[in-house]
Design a protein around this ligand. Structure first.
Ligand code: SF4
Ligand code: SF4
Length: 442
């Protein structure tokens, strides 16, 4: 694509980066076929190519964002299916991240929208605030129907509907400290505790830590780590996102310099995509660029790391049929497609892949709150495809997808690592049926 930025505009490194990306696009439109919003809404401006044109026009003319571009960029899920499809290697992720930061700086959103976004950015990255908010949401749930009737308050209704009926107790395993390897140590990793996941489902990291330590891997929960910054990054709140990234880089560097790390293990693929991008996000900060690149190189999804270990035979082979839902951040953001399915099959599950596996379930960070209608359409389409597999359970590697799919599916939705932990000697995850043929390993 031809661009016409002035040298003065290109002096801004963010603009220069976006210009490089724009020039790669040959406007072939292949990406439209796999874009969930184009497939759902059928509007070119809600396709990757349409958004690329809008962003180009806004940046080239150096103008503030307007209502039209905000509408179409807000509808983008950042699922990155377009990046998997694109034959020209267009880095849509970095382009839309830049556009979102530009929107945040130059566009004044209507007050209710601003207030809800500010509330989400204040609450979600902090486990204590999020826990308190979920408890309050329980009281507010009867008012969800009322909020639903006013367009500006629909996100509030979606928030109340998504809040779980009960909030689990915080896990002691999430506290900073070391979990020793059983037997001979064959690795040392840090695990990301994160923000929303340990509040909604603390059992995920508990399963990961138990499984890893049983396999001989020491697991460190570093002092000082927290939210990866993805939630605010996708809102265009760059300063907040970079502060989170910098704080985590510091926490992990202390471990790298003091005992070493083979990997930084992440059990939420949405966070994994962002942490693997820290090197890019912090590239312009001389104090952090090199350290962030080191951290990104060490970041691994739990299934990616487990696949590097020489696993023993499972303690039991549950024989259940699992519909594997590959989160967008797993398959498109991190290009991890093989390992989760192979690990599940090796652990004795029969793995099925639902139709239209490339399409987002509509969760996408805060998307199911901010865009509840499109999100619900995508969720229902996803659940229909999952249920058509006839599977006993759904496995996936991202807490957002778990919450989203479970809100409409008639079968249990479980994190992949909980199923693996069970097969390798851990407890059976709650809600999962007994295995068809529990076979002790020879
Ligand atoms: S597939 Fe790639 S090159 Fe083609 S229009 Fe989409 S982003 Fe541009
Ligand atoms: S990130 Fe997803 S929703 Fe956004 S343009 Fe790409 S394919 Fe479409």
């Amino acid at each position: 694509m031809q661009t016409s930025f002035t040298p003065a505009q290109l002096a801004d490194p963010h603009v220069a980066e976006s210009e490089k990306i724009l020039r790669k696009c040959v406007h072939c439109g292949f990406c439209t076929a796999t874009c969930p919003t184009y497939v759902t809404l059928g509007n070119e401006l809600d396709s990757p190519r349409g958004r690329i044109y809008l962003i180009k026009d806004m940046l080239e003319n150096g103008r503030p964002a307007d209502r039209e571009i905000v509408t179409h960029i807000d509808r983008c899920l950042s699922c990155l299916a377009c990046m998997t499809t694109c034959p020209s290697g267009v880095n849509y992720m970095h382009l839309v991240d830049h556009a979102r930061a530009h929107i945040e700086k130059t566009y004044k959103r209507p007050l209710p929208n601003r207030a809800i976004r500010a509330l989400l950015a204040f609450v979600l990255p902090h486990p204590a605030r999020f826990r308190a908010a979920l408890k309050l949401a329980k009281l507010g749930r009867p008012f969800a129907g009322l909020f639903e009737k006013v367009a500006a308050f629909k996100p509030l209704a979606a928030m109340l509907r998504l809040a779980p009926a009960a909030v689990p107790e915080a896990s002691a395993m999430a506290l900073p400290g070391n979990h020793a390897a059983a037997g001979t140590r064959r690795g040392r990793v840090a695990i990301l505790t994160g923000c929303a996941q340990p509040v909604l489902e603390p059992g995920i990291n508990e399963a990961a830590i138990s499984l890893l330590t049983r396999l001989g891997v020491e697991v460190v929960v570093p002092q000082g780590e927290g939210c990866c910054g993805a939630l605010v990054h996708h809102m265009g709140r760059e300063e907040q996102a970079l502060a989170s990234a910098g704080r985590n880089v510091d926490a992990w560097m202390r471990q790298i310099d003091n005992g070493g790390l083979d990997a930084i293990v992440i059990t939420a693929s949405g966070c994994g995509t962002t942490i693997k991008d820290y090197g890019f996000m912090l590239r312009l900060d001389p104090a952090y660029a090199e350290k962030a690149a080191r951290v990104s190189a060490l970041a691994k999804d739990i299934t990616e790391y487990l696949a590097t270990l020489d696993l023993p035979e499972p303690a039991r082979k549950p024989g259940l049929t699992v519909a594997y839902h590959s989160a967008c951040s797993m398959q498109h953001g991190q290009k991890i497609t093989r390992q989760p399915k192979e690990l599940l099959a090796r652990a004795g599950f029969v793995v099925k892949e639902p139709r239209e596996g490339h399409l987002c379930c509509g969760s996408a960070g805060t998307y199911n709150i901010m865009q509840p209608e499109i999100s619900a359409r995508l969720r229902d389409r996803k659940v229909k495809n999952i249920e058509a597999t006839g599977a006993d359970i759904v496995a996936t590697g991202n807490i957002g997808c778990i919450t989203q799919i479970a809100s409409a599916a008639n079968l249990p939705v479980v994190h992949t690592v909980k199923l693996l932990d069970w097969a390798y000697g851990g407890p059976k995850p709650a809600g999962v049926p007994e295995g068809r043929a529990l076979v002790a390993a020879e």
